[in-house]
Design a protein around this ligand. Structure first.
Ligand code: ZN
Ligand code: MN
Length: 247
C-alpha cells in the first residue's frame, strides 16, 4: 500500500482484490532470533501471498499485546515493547476503519503473535460496526492456526509439543532461517524451558514461569529447509482462504 499513489489505490478499491495487514510484535525471541521475528514472518508471508494473488500489503503493525509467560516468556526481557490491550484494539480498529472508509472492503489480517488474537477480532468488529459498511468482509488469520498439528509433527517429529510453547523454538527458528539465515545467531541456539508451567495465570509475572534464555522449548531440530516447507504451506493456506472467502 505504501508504494502506490492515491489514484492507484482508488482504482484498486474498485476491483475485486483487497489488502493484507500483517500484525506482529516486538519481543524477545531467545538469544538467537531478532526482536521483530513475529513481524518478519507475517510480512514475508503477506508479501508472497500478495505476489500470488495481486492483493496489496499494508504497512505492518509491528507491536503486539504483552507476551504471556507460558506462551512467550513474559515481559521482562530487554527489547520486549508491547501495547496495552486497548491500545492494540484501537490502533487496529483505526487502521481497518480507514481502509473501509476508502472502500477497501476486503481485508485479511495476518497475525503472527500468539497473544494478539482476540484483540484483533475486537478491533475488526468495532471498525465494521462504526464504519457502517455492511458490505465489508475481514478475515483474521493466525498463521500458526492455518497449519495442522499433524503437519508440524511431520516436519519436526516428536519434539513438537504444540504452538502454545513454540516461542523462539524450532518452528520460528526454521522460519527465520528460511527468510534470512543471517538473522539467526546460530552459535547461541539452545533448548530451554521454564521451571514451572500451570494451566492458570498468575499476576504479576513470577520468575519461575520464565525460561532464562527466553526460549520456551526445543530449538532443535530446526533448519532452513524445514522453514521453507513451512513457509510454503502457510502461503498456500492463506491463498486458499482468500479464494474461499473473497471469490
Ligand atoms: Zn514469535
Ligand atoms: Mn510472539
Amino acid at each position: 500500500v505504501s508504494a502506490v499513489t492515491w489514484e492507484d489505490l482508488a482504482e484498486f478499491a474498485k476491483g475485486s482484490k483487497g489488502v493484507v495487514l500483517p500484525v506482529g510484535s516486538l519481543e524477545q525471541h531467545g538469544p538467537h532470533l531478532p526482536l521483530g521475528t513475529d513481524t518478519l514472518i507475517v510480512e514475508t508471508v503477506a508479501q508472497r501471498v500478495a505476489e500470488e494473488t495481486g492483493w496489496l500489503v499494508a504497512p505492518s503493525v509491528s507491536y503486539g499485546y504483552k507476551p504471556q509467560p507460558g506462551s512467550s516468556g513474559g515481559n521482562g526481557f530487554p527489547g520486549t515493547c508491547s501495547l496495552d490491550g486497548y491500545t492494540l484494539i484501537l490502533l487496529v480498529r483505526d487502521v481497518v476503519r480507514e481502509f473501509l472508509r476508502h472502500r477497501i472492503k476486503r481485508i485479511m489480517i495476518l497475525d503472527g503473535h500468539y497473544e494478539n488474537s482476540l484483540f484483533l477480532n475486537e478491533a475488526v468488529d468495532l471498525a465494521i460496526r462504526e464504519s457502517g459498511r455492511g458490505d465489508a468482509k475481514v478475515v483474521v488469520a493466525r498463521w500458526f492456526d492455518l497449519v495442522s498439528p499433524g503437519f508440524f509433527k511431520e516436519l519436526f517429529s516428536d519434539g513438537f509439543e504444540g504452538m502454545a510453547v513454540e516461542h523462539a523454538s524450532k518452528v520460528e527458528t526454521s522460519l527465520v532461517l528460511a527468510i534470512d539465515e543471517d538473522l539467526v545467531k546460530k552459535n547461541r541456539m539452545r533448548d530451554d524451558a521454564p521451571l514451572r508451567r500451570e494451566n492458570y495465570v498468575v499476576l504479576p509475572e513470577q520468575a519461575e514461569f520464565i525460561p532464562q534464555s527466553g526460549v520456551l522449548t526445543h530449538v532443535f531440530p530446526s533448519s532452513k529447509e524445514l522453514g521453507q516447507k513451512l513457509l510454503q504451506k502457510i502461503v498456500e493456506e492463506c491463498v486458499k482462504i482468500l479464494k474461499k472467502e473473497f471469490s
